[in-house]
Design a protein around this ligand. Structure first.
Ligand code: SAM
Ligand code: SF4
Ligand code: F3S
Length: 460
C-alpha cells in the first residue's frame, strides 16, 4: 500500500472502508492517450486504483470509476477525448454514483476546466498531470459528499512508493524526469507539465534492477528531454552518467530512451551508447524542421548544421546507427522554401522512422499568435510529400540489414499473419514466422527481406 506518511495512510484506510461498504465488487476503468510518459502515468493510476481495492476493467460500461488520462499536445487529441467523454453521459444517467474523471495534461488547462464545468457536468473529477498521488484523497472527498472536484498541482515528482500495474510482462517504462524547461513556441507541454524535475539516480537504478531481475527485456527510460536529466538535482548527474550506471546492471535486456533534445545531445551520449552492453543503437532526435529560420522561430536552440554534424559523426562511428525524428508540417511561418529544406534534411539523414505532425495552434503558446502563411491545402500537400519521401528512404536504407543476424525481442504475435513482431537493437521492426510462446524472448533472427515499415526475418 502507498503510505509514505500518516496522512496518506489514513486516507487509504478510509478508502478501503468505503469500498468494503459496496454491495458489489468495486470496478475501475482507466484509458490513457498521448505519449509514452502519459501511458506510464496511466499504469500508476491503475496501480493506485487496484491497491485501493478496485478491479480493473477493459471497458467503461460496468465501472464505478472511469478515468481518462489525457493529452493536450494537439487540438485533434483533445477533441477525440471530449468526443469519448460525451459517450459516457448515458452511463452517468443510469448510475449517478459513477465517478467520471479527466486527468493528465488536458486537466491542467484552464479553458478545458471551464468547458468541463459548463458542458460536462457528469465529469466529477478533474485531476492535473502533477496531482496523480492525490487520487485517493479526491475519490474519498467525492464519496464523502463533494459533488465535483478539481485538483491541479504541478510540482515535485510522484511518490516513489506509488504502486504500478504494468501492461506488459517484458517491456517496462521508467520515467527518469518530469516536466520541460524548453518552451518551444508551438508546444503546450511546459505549461501542463511544469518545470524539469529529475528522479534520484539511486531510485531509478533500484527500479531498473528490480525489473531486470523480474525478467523484463526492454527498459524504456522516459522524459520530455532526457538529456537534461539530473541538472536540477542537489548533486547533479548527467544523463550519460545515469546510462552507464544502468548499463552496469547484469542481465539480458535492452535499454531505450526518449526523447532527446538535439540541443543537449552530445558526442559523450553517443559514445556511451556505442560502448554499452545493453543500450540500443538508436536515438529519437526530433528535428521538427530543416530550416534554420523556422528552428529559431520555434525556439529550438540548434541549427541544421549542428544537428547534421552529430548525425554524421555518429554514422562515422557506426554506419548502421538508427535515428528517428518528429517533424512539424505547417508551422505558421513555414514557407514552401523552408519545407524543401526539411525534405532535403530528411533525405540526408535517412531516418528509420519519422513521426509527422500537422501544426496545431495551442492556447497560451507563443506561436498561436503567429499568422499562418500557408493554406490548409498547401500544408496537406506538404504532408503527403513528406510521407512519400520517408517511405522511399526507409525501404532503401533498411536494406543495410539484409543477410545479417540480429538479436530481436519478440513483442507480439500477429494472429492473422502467423508472424512474430519485435525490434532489434537498432529499434527496427522485425517480423518472422514463429511460435506465439516465444513472445517476450530475445532471439537470433536472420534478415531475409525488407519492407518499408519492417524487416522480414527467419529464425535460426
Ligand atoms: N520533448 C520532445 C522533443 O522536444 O523532442 C517532444 C515531445 S512532444 C510531446 C512530441 C511531438 O509533438 C513534438 O516533437 C512535436 O513534433 C509534436 N508537437 C508538439 N506540439 C505540437 C503542435 N502544437 N502541433 C503539432 N505538433 C506538435
Ligand atoms: Fe515541447 Fe519542446 Fe519541451 Fe519537447 S522540448 S516537450 S517540443 S517544449
Ligand atoms: Fe500529450 Fe502530455 Fe504527453 S500533452 S504528448 S500526454 S506530456
Amino acid at each position: 500500500m502507498m503510505a509514505s506518511n500518516t496522512e496518506n495512510l489514513a486516507v487509504w484506510q478510509k478508502m478501503h472502508a468505503v469500498l468494503q461498504g459496496f454491495s458489489h465488487t468495486p470496478k475501475a476503468f482507466v484509458q490513457s492517450f498521448g505519449c509514452q510518459l502519459n501511458f506510464c502515468d496511466g499504469e500508476k493510476y491503475k496501480g493506485i486504483l487496484a491497491d485501493l481495492g478496485y478491479t480493473l476493467m477493459d471497458s467503461p460500461e460496468e465501472a464505478d470509476v472511469i478515468l481518462f488520462n489525457t493529452c493536450a499536445v494537439r487540438a485533434h487529441a483533445e477533441s477525440r477525448v471530449l468526443g469519448r467523454l460525451g459517450t459516457l453521459k448515458p452511463l452517468y444517467e443510469r448510475n449517478p454514483k459513477l465517478i467520471i474523471g479527466l486527468c493528465g495534461c488536458m486537466a491542467e488547462e484552464q479553458e478545458v476546466q471551464e468547458q468541463l464545468r459548463r458542458s460536462y457536468p457528469f465529469v466529477r473529477l478533474i485531476l492535473g498531470a502533477g496531482a496523480m498521488e492525490h487520487l485517493p484523497t479526491a475519490l474519498l472527498r467525492i464519496y464523502e459528499g463533494e459533488k465535483r472536484l478539481t485538483v491541479t498541482e504541478v510540482t515535485g515528482i510522484p511518490d516513489e512508493a506509488l504502486p504500478t500495474v504494468r501492461e506488459s510482462g517484458f517491456m517496462a517504462s521508467v520515467p527518469v524526469m518530469y516536466g520541460c524547461n524548453n518552451f518551444c513556441t508551438y508546444c503546450i507541454v511546459p505549461y501542463v507539465r511544469g518545470r524539469e524535475r529529475s528522479r534520484q539516480p539511486e531510485a531509478i537504478e533500484q527500479e531498473v534492477r528490480k525489473l531486470v531481475e523480474a525478467g523484463y527485456k526492454e527498459i524504456l527510460l522516459l522524459g520530455q528531454n532526457v538529456n537534461s536529466y539530473g541538472k536540477d538535482l542537489d548533486e547533479p548527474v548527467s544523463f550519460p552518467a545515469l546510462l552507464r550506471r544502468l548499463d552496469a546492471i547484469e542481465g539480458e535486456y535492452f535499454i531505450r530512451f526518449m526523447s532527446s533534445h538535439p540541443k543537449d545531445a552530445t558526442p559523450e551520449l553517443i559514445d556511451t551508447m556505442l560502448g554499452s552492453k545493453h543500450i540500443e543503437h538508436h536515438l529519437h532526435l526530433p528535428v521538427q524542421s530543416g530550416s534554420d529560420r523556422v528552428l529559431q522561430e520555434m525556439n529550438r536552440h540548434y541549427t541544421t548544421e549542428q544537428y547534421l554534424r552529430l548525425i554524421d559523426d555518429t554514422r562515422k562511428k557506426d554506419p548502421d546507427f538508427s535515428f528517428s525524428s518528429d517533424c512539424i508540417v505547417g508551422f505558421p511561418t513555414e514557407t514552401a522554401e523552408d519545407f524543401e529544406q526539411t525534405l532535403s534534411l530528411i533525405r540526408h539523414v535517412k531516418y528509420d522512422n519519422l513521426y509527422t505532425f500537422i501544426y496545431s495552434p495551442r492556447p497560451g503558446t507563443k506561436a498561436a499568435a503567429y499568422p499562418q502563411c500557408s493554406t490548409q491545402t498547401e500544408i496537406a500537400d506538404r504532408m503527403q510529400r513528406m510521407l512519400q519521401a520517408q517511405r522511399e528512404i526507409t525501404e532503401g536504407f533498411n536494406k543495410r540489414f539484409l543477410g545479417r543476424v540480429c538479436t530481436v525481442l519478440a513483442e507480439k504475435f500477429n494472429e492473422e499473419t502467423g508472424m512474430l513482431v519485435g525490434k532489434n537493437r537498432h529499434a527496427m521492426n522485425v517480423e518472422w514466422k514463429g511460435d506465439p510462446a516465444l513472445v517476450g524472448k530475445m532471439l537470433p533472427v536472420r534478415i531475409i527481406a525488407v519492407k518499408n515499415w519492417a524487416l522480414t526475418g527467419e529464425m535460426l
